[in-house]
Design a protein around this ligand. Structure first.
Ligand SMILES: Cc1cc2nc3c(=O)[nH]c(=O)nc-3n(C[C@H](O)[C@H](O)[C@H](O)COP(=O)(O)O)c2cc1C
Length: 210
């Protein structure tokens, strides 16, 4: 399948059949998320991979009782930093220097610029910025799953405060943003599986400025 065929094949599965996705495929999906670009390369989020059926069962009622939460194979939770701190920014800049094996003046000036801006901003602004970065990785994970012929459902339909509580995210300086149940579609039970994909026309979506 080419890229566009793969993207047409992907859909937001409404019912999953409980079959297990191999760890090899899950790792490729996570690697795609890890490789996603983020603003200033800060990767201000973590991904929780929930396999535990009891925890999935606890999450389902606070997620509009959506069946994919318990019938998926792996439930990914994208949790963004609650704010940007000096330590968090320095950690990623130090990591870059360590991996590349040299310090660069331009890069160090850029670090100072971020340090003079981000930690002073209010937490909600910082969290919203971090959450946007988490969504980029989440998108990469969705498309990687499709490439591997694995289904998934983007899920924003949940109570984030309650999810944070179940997973103890606030204590780790994280807040849940979006979930991605990964598994295999249950075509018999899924009302969406055979419906035509609906999208805006190219004209309504795109304006070309010559
Ligand atoms: C960020 C995001 C959150 C979504 N949340 C839910 C959700 O909680 N439950 C659900 O069934 N679908 C959810 N969807 C699926 C969308 O409704 C779906 O992607 C859209 O209608 C397009 O359909 P398609 O993905 O099947 O092509 C979500 C999609 C996105 C991108």
């Amino acid at each position: 399948m080419n890229l566009i065929e793969t993207l047409e094949w992907r859909y937001a599965a409404k019912a999953m059949n409980g079959k297990t996705v191999s760890e090899e495929k899950i790792n490729l999906i996570l690697e795609a998320a890890r490789l996603a670009p983020t603003s200033s390369g800060l990767q201000p989020f973590e991904i929780l991979v929930i396999k535990n059926p009891a925890i999935k069962a606890e999450i389902r009622p606070i997620s509009w009782n959506q069946s994919m939460i318990t019938d998926c194979s792996h439930l990914l939770v994208f949790a963004a930093w609650d704010t940007y701190t000096e330590d968090r920014i320095n950690h990623m800049f130090d990591l870059t220097n360590e991996v590349r094996g040299f310090k660069n003046e331009g890069w160090e000036n850029y670090r100072q610029m971020l340090l003079s801006m981000y930690p002073q901003r209010d937490e909600e602004t910082n969290f919203n910025h971090a959450a946007k970065q988490a969504y980029i990785a989440f998108s990469a994970a969705m498309f990687a799953a499709a490439e591997l012929k694995v289904d998934c459902t983007p899920v924003e339909g949940f109570d984030p405060d309650k999810l944070d509580e179940i997973l103890g995210l606030r204590a780790k300086g994280l807040r849940s943003t979006v979930m991605l149940p990964i598994g295999y579609r249950d075509s018999e039970k899924d009302w969406l599986v055979n419906l035509t994909k609906v999208r805006k026309s190219m004209n309504d979506l795109v304006t070309v400025i010559e």
